[in-house]
Design a protein around this ligand. Structure first.
Ligand SMILES: Cc1cc2nc3c(=O)[nH]c(=O)nc-3n(C[C@H](O)[C@H](O)[C@H](O)COP(=O)(O)OP(=O)(O)OC[C@H]3O[C@@H](n4cnc5c(N)ncnc54)[C@H](O)[C@@H]3O)c2cc1C
Length: 632
């Protein structure tokens, strides 16, 4: 006979009748009776999905450099982490002000080499650029304005150099050694600071160096490197020598020609000088009043620049067209100067081998009556001038070295990874990275414009925004999934480097010219993005976590699932958000909506839906169910 069932009260089910039964009101309930630890020692943590690892709630991001990259990061980080007060970020900048490249480079003619409509952040368009290729100071003012308007200075510590960084595995932290200097360049403070993620915005074009010319420092007149030019230094009526015919040399020569009394310069290697665009002043008022019209214009410029990757490919029709155009331009501007034409017009490499500089006024200055342009090496520098290749001394008042930067990508201070090795040593022969972003064995470290980023094409600024978004996605995942550290797999980097090395052989970047993509050499390591800029943008839209080695705070990767609830169940969010979707079949839904407006309202209105549940007696007293209005 079946046992008698007592139907006078609810059965106990699996509940223990002898203990209190708390409800999940402001937070999920916890019952001490539940098992929490597995036989292997794995313990369930009582947090909800979306809450950080309880023992490491606070999270610090240190970024090196307050140039464009640091500013872009701060703009995005402020928005991305506004609801996560435990995330702290700070930027250390060695200079006395923000702006990086555009604070440091103030030589005559220094300007961006892509139109200003493109050389600006996509999220902060400026319709008021004074020039089509705006000058350095104006670009710096643009960055400074953003910092001031957005109140970013409170996150930036100026005059502070990151001198050493080492990953500490026992703490799962980076330990950075910092050195602060005063305005006399004296060290005033040294200290260590820890962080969970270390971002590098060190830039690639800021380790300037003097050229290796005998007697350089014996010169008694004024001598400048373009990256340390004394802003406003007057060259009127002076005899000036400009050494270097890269981008900064081209800009300097074109800009100073009218002022100087005599100009001496050197073109030792051929170079393609491309034409620049022009500027229409009247458009600005329209753009100011109609931001969408300005967006349309910016897109037009960007489309044109993005299309240029095609001419970088060897044997493409586009490369022939670009070459023909540049050839005709150069030939006509150099007039009947056969010596210069034969020296400067490249025979063995295509347009694009170097990053193109709009050389408006450069060729005209080279053949101008005030100019002497040498095509042999400089013989040396003397106290009063320089020596030509045949040893003749020429007196000058000023020497400007437009001789570029250390472009090896090697960090200028020790960065010690998980393997105890210094990144600069690992990169002594060749800088290698995982798709420009990160490096195996260097956990929680990410680079803006690292080796292999698409620096040869278009404006770098939109790229910086993509880097910020990429890194912020990774950091958010680290927070949510309780990731202790992550770094790319060696195999993922090796495969990428193999692909890149093979691919780059089809590009003009591998041609027979010296460029900063090859550390200023003809045969240096080519470490530039193997493909179009748009292909790179596509790739880094989101991280490929399958390429990463990931370690979690818990010994079980699913530890972050915690008590099985999501924070959305307790923070007042729409907990049936997945119903706010487009309805199909559309025709049917539209017919219904026309006859019954309320159907539309309910689908998008959670409070109304909750009200209806309440009228059915399901809210708010249903045990275990609570529309949350705050945390415990
Ligand atoms: C003359 C010139 C013209 C250019 N023109 C163009 C152009 O037309 N288009 C284009 O896309 N790009 C151009 N570039 C490249 C330019 O560098 C980038 O566009 C952009 O400014 C890079 O920004 P960044 O923040 O990455 O680096 P940077 O501007 O170089 O800033 C890096 C910052 O990091 C700081 N820093 C470095 N090391 C440390 C340390 N150890 N501790 C603390 N702080 C440190 C530096 O002081 C600097 O402020 C040009 C570069 C130069 C030099």
């Amino acid at each position: 006979m079946a046992p008698r069932i007592d139907l006078s009260s609810p059965p106990p089910g699996s509940n223990n009748p002898n203990i209190d039964h708390p409800a999940s009101i402001h937070r999920p309930m916890f019952c001490p009776e539940w098992p929490t630890t597995s036989s292997s020692g794995y313990k369930i943590s009582e947090h909800m999905v979306n809450e950080p690892f309880p023992e490491r709630k606070s999270f610090k991001i240190i970024m090196l450099g307050a140039g464009a990259a640091g500013i872009d990061f701060l703009h995005h980080a402020r928005l991305a982490f506004k609801d996560d007060p435990d995330v702290e970020f700070v930027v250390f900048e060695k200079n006395q002000d923000v702006g990086g490249t555009w604070l440091e480079n103030r030589y005559p003619g220094c300007a961006c080499d892509v139109p200003s409509a493109s050389y600006q952040f996509p999220w902060y368009p400026n319709p008021d650029w004074t020039m089509y290729y705006s000058p350095s100071k104006e670009i710096w003012e643009y960055f400074r304005r953003i910092v001031d308007k957005e109140g970013l200075m409170k996150y930036i510590k100026l005059r502070t150099t990151v001198a050493h960084a080492a990953w500490q595995e026992t703490k799962s932290k980076w330990v950075l050694h910092l050195v602060e200097r005063n305005d006399k360049d004296e060290v005033v403070k040294k200290w260590d600071e820890e962080c969970d993620v270390f971002l590098s915005g060190a830039g690639i074009l800021n380790a300037w160096k003097w050229p290796d010319i005998p007697g350089l420092h014996s010169f008694k007149g004024r001598i400048f490197h373009t990256a340390r030019y004394e802003e406003g230094f007057d060259l009127k009526g002076k005899r000036v020598a400009v050494i270097g015919s890269g981008s900064s040399g081209v800009q300097t020569v074109a800009a100073i020609y009218n002022d100087v009394s005599r100009l001496f310069t050197w073109v030792r290697t051929p170079t393609w000088i491309t034409a620049g665009f022009g500027q229409n002043e009247e458009q600005k008022a329209t753009w100011r009043a109609h931001p969408e019209k300005y967006r349309k214009y910016r897109k037009m410029i960007e489309d044109e620049l993005n299309g240029r990757f095609r001419f970088v490919l060897r044997n493409s029709k586009e490369s022939d067209e670009a070459k023909l155009f540049a050839f005709n331009e150069m030939r006509s501007k150099l007039g009947d100067n056969t010596r210069l034409k034969s020296k400067i017009i490249p025979q063995t490499f295509n347009v694009g081998c170097r990053r193109p500089t709009p050389g408006n006024g450069y060729l005209e200055a080279l053949v101008g009556p005030k100019t002497t342009c040498y095509t042999e090496d400089i013989g040396g520098i003397t106290p009063h001038g320089f020596l030509t290749a045949d040893g003749t001394e020429v007196e000058v008042d000023v020497i400007i070295c437009a001789t570029g930067f250390d472009t090896t990508f090697r960090p200028r201070f020790p960065i010690i990874g998980l393997d105890g090795k210094n990144l600069a040593d690992r990169w002594a022969d060749r800088a290698e990275s995982y798709i420009s972003l990160s490096v195996p064995q260097v956990p929680n470290y990410f680079m803006y414009s690292g080796p292999y980023s698409p620096l040869a094409q278009g404006s770098i600024l939109p790229l910086l925004t993509l880097f910020s978004n990429h890194f912020i996605q990774i950091i958010k995942k680290m927070r949510k999934e309780h990731i202790r550290r992550l770094s790319p797999k060696e195999s993922a980097m090796r495969d990428f480097v193999e692909h890149a090395s093979l691919y780059l052989q089809r590009t003009a970047w591998a041609d027979d010219c010296s460029s900063w993509f090859k550390q200023g050499k003809k045969d240096g390591n080519l470490i530039i993005w193997p493909g179009s800029r748009l292909a790179f943008f596509d790739l880094i839209k989101e991280p490929k976590y399958e390429d990463y080695e990931i370690e979690y705070w818990s010994k079980n990767r699913w530890g972050y699932l915690g008590n099985g609830f999501s924070t959305v169940e307790f923070n007042g969010c729409d907990i049936s958000h997945y119903l706010n979707c487009e309805l199909f079949p559309k025709e049917l839904f539209l017919q219904e909506a026309e006859s019954d407006d309320s159907a539309l309202e309910i689908s998008g209105d959670i409070s109304k839906a909750s009200g209806e549940l309440e009228s059915l007696g399901l809210l708010p007293d249903t045990p275990g169910y609570q529309v949350a209005s705050g945390a415990n």
